[in-house]
Design a protein around this ligand. Structure first.
Ligand code: NAP
Length: 289
C-alpha cells in the first residue's frame, strides 16, 4: 500500500510556486496579490484565513487581509469586493465562507470578476470546467488531481466513484475525473446501495463529511482511495470520511487525514493565484500592443 503524502507533495508545489512568484516580481516589478476577506468571527474561518495568509507570505504572494465585523451590511461587503475587483495590485479575491447570517453569499461572490475567482466557485469557471475550457478550478478537487498525477496514478479508463456532490468538492471533482478520461459515477445521500457502487471503484473519492463512513467492505481490492473529509471522531480527534486503519489494508494507495488532501487545498489556492496574476499581466500586455 502506498501512502499518498499530501503534505510532502504540497511542500514540493509550494517550492515551485516560490520560483514563479520571484520570476513574476522580477519581470513586472511587483508582487502577486491576493485579497482575503473575512466577515464575522467564526473561529474555524479565522484559522483557515490565518493559514492561507501565512502560506501566501511564504510563497512570496502579498496578501491583503480585510477583516469586517459580524454586523457588516450587504452594501458594505459589496463595496469592498467591487473595490478589490478594480484594484490592479490584486490578482485574486477570496471571500471566506460561510458568511454571517443575513448576507447574500451568491450575490456577493457574483461581484468577483471570474479572472480573480481563485476559489473557482463562480458559475463561469464551473461552466468552463464542464466544457473542458481553460479557467480556474476549485482548489480541493484540483489538489486531488495534482496528488494523483504526482503519485503516478492516471485516471484514464479507470472507473472513478465520487461520493458527495457539493458545488465546491464533489461536482467539480467528478468533472475533473471525467476530463481526465475516467468513467465517473457520482453518489450522494439518495444513492441506493452505496456500498455496491463504491466497490466498483478503481479510484474512490470520499467527500461526505461523515467520520470513517467509508469502511473496508466498500472498497475493491487494490483501489486508490482519496479522503477529502475533515471530520472529528468520537474522541474529538481529526479524521476523514474513510475508516483509514481498515481500508488501508485493501487499498493500493490512500491519503491520510490529516496530511492528505488538506495541505493540497492551500497549495492550489496559491497556484490559482499565480495563474490568475500571470494571465492578467499577459492580457494587459496584449491590450498594450
Ligand atoms: P457538503 O456540502 O455537506 O456535501 C456532502 C455531500 O455528501 C452531499 O452531496 C451529500 O449528499 C453527501 N452525503 C451525505 N451523507 C451521505 C450518505 N449517507 N451517503 C452518501 N452521500 C452522502 O460537504 P462538502 O463541503 O463537499 O465537504 C465534504 C467533506 O470534505 C467535509 O468533511 C469537509 O470538511 C471536507 N472538506 C475538506 C476540504 C479540504 O481541504 N480537505 C475542503 C472542503 C471540504 P446530498 O447532496 O444528497 O445531500
Amino acid at each position: 500500500m502506498k501512502l499518498i503524502d499530501g503534505k510532502a507533495i504540497a511542500a514540493e508545489i509550494r517550492a515551485e510556486l516560490k520560483l514563479r512568484t520571484q520570476a513574476f516580481e522580477e519581470k513586472y516589478g511587483k508582487k502577486i496579490g491576493l485579497a482575503v476577506v473575512l466577515i464575522g468571527s467564526d473561529p474555524a474561518s479565522q484559522v483557515y484565513v490565518r493559514n492561507k495568509v501565512k502560506a501566501c507570505e511564504e510563497a512570496g504572494i502579498r496578501s491583503f487581509r480585510h477583516d469586517l465585523p459580524e454586523e457588516t451590511t450587504q452594501k458594505q461587503a459589496e463595496e469592498l469586493v467591487l473595490a478589490l475587483a478594480e484594484d490592479e495590485n490584486i490578482h485574486g479575491i477570496l471571500v471566506q465562507l460561510p458568511l454571517p447570517k443575513g448576507l447574500d453569499e451568491k450575490r456577493l461572490l457574483s461581484l468577483i470578476p471570474s479572472s480573480k475567482d481563485v476559489d473557482g466557485f463562480l458559475a463561469e469557471n464551473i461552466g468552463r470546467l464542464a466544457l473542458k475550457e481553460e479557467g480556474t478550478v476549485a482548489c480541493t478537487p484540483l489538489g486531488v488531481m495534482e496528488m494523483l498525477s504526482r503519485s503516478g496514478i492516471s485516471a484514464a479508463g479507470k472507473r472513478a466513484v465520487v461520493v458527495g456532490r457539493s458545488n465546491i468538492v464533489g461536482r467539480p471533482m467528478a468533472l475533473l475525473l471525467l476530463n481526465a478520461d475516467a468513467t465517473v459515477t457520482i453518489c450522494h445521500s439518495k444513492t441506493q446501495d452505496l456500498a455496491a457502487e463504491c466497490r466498483r471503484a478503481d479510484i474512490l473519492v470520499a467527500a461526505i463529511g461523515k467520520p470513517k463512513f467509508i469502511t473496508a467492505d466498500m472498497i475493491k481490492e487494490g483501489a486508490v482511495v482519496i479522503d477529502v473529509g475533515m471530520d472529528r471522531d468520537e474522541n474529538g480527534k481529526l479524521c476523514g470520511d474513510v475508516d483509514f486503519e481498515n481500508v488501508k489494508e485493501k487499498a493500493s494507495a490512500i491519503t491520510p487525514v490529516p496530511g492528505g488532501v488538506g495541505p493540497m487545498t492551500i497549495a492550489m489556492l496559491l497556484k490559482n493565484t499565480c495563474d490568475a496574476a500571470e494571465r492578467a499581466m499577459e492580457r494587459a500586455e496584449r491590450a498594450a500592443e
